[in-house]
Ligand binder design. Structure first.
Ligand SMILES: Nc1ncnc2c1ncn2[C@@H]1O[C@H](COP(=O)(O)OP(=O)(O)OP(=O)(O)O)[C@@H](O)[C@H]1O
Ligand SMILES: Nc1nc2c(c(=O)[nH]1)N=C(CO)CN2
Length: 162
């Protein structure tokens, strides 16, 4: 069994529902079990800023899948939720990134693990810290405090569903 952490984001349509559907679909994939989920945060868009606010969260999964198989499963769930790729870093119904996969370091054309931009993204590190505090190296953790928002960039989302 492998332990992986995934980052989920949505900023068009029913954002909360799409996060829930992504978790449900991932959990239904043979060989994937969702074992933890972070709170949901509402976050200001990073990179391309002229787009709606995101809901972001992280989940922990235990999986029999190898890393590339997991990437394919994530892409399949994205397709299922009708994600259309238009602008890089642009709006999306759902985005699923593999953040960590065991202790692996992978540098291939299709897959980079740890996710190359994760440590600079408050919308990833804050929910990841909620569910994987012990997994994050102290050296990285130091920067989470620097990412901690004091200007409403990342705020806890009040759930609309039970
Ligand atoms: N750790 C990873 N998790 C998910 N996709 C990855 C990862 N590493 C590389 N990729 C590649 O990135 C592509 C997905 O790009 P995508 O359009 O989702 O990027 P993005 O979400 O806009 O930007 P970012 O990668 O900065 O979050 C996939 O086709 C996949 O092959
Ligand atoms: N707040 C926020 N900003 C983003 C996000 C995201 O999930 N949340 N995803 C991006 C591309 O992956 C680019 N910018």
């Amino acid at each position: 069994m492998h332990i992986a952490y995934l980052g989920l984001g949505s900023n068009i349509g029913d954002r909360e529902l799409q996060l829930e559907q992504a978790i449900k679909s991932l959990n239904e994939v043979e060989g994937i079990n969702v074992t933890k989920r972070s709170p949901i945060y509402e976050t200001k868009p990073v990179g391309y800023t002229d787009q709606p606010d995101f809901l972001n969260m992280c989940i922990e999964i235990s999986t029999k899948l190898e890393s590339l198989e997991l990437l394919n499963a994530c892409m399949m769930v994205e397709r299922e939720l009708h994600r259309v790729r238009e602008t890089r870093w642009g709006p999306r119904t759902i985005d699923i990134d593999i953040l960590l996969y065991d202790q692996s370091v992978i540098q291939s054309p299709d897959l980079e693990i740890p996710h190359p931009r994760m440590t600079e993204r408050a919308f990833v590190m804050i929910p990841l810290n909620d569910i994987a505090s012990s997994v994050i190296e102290p050296i990285t953790k130091k920067y989470i405090w620097e990412l901690m928002p004091n200007d409403k960039q990342v705020v806890k989302h009040k759930r609309e569903r039970g």
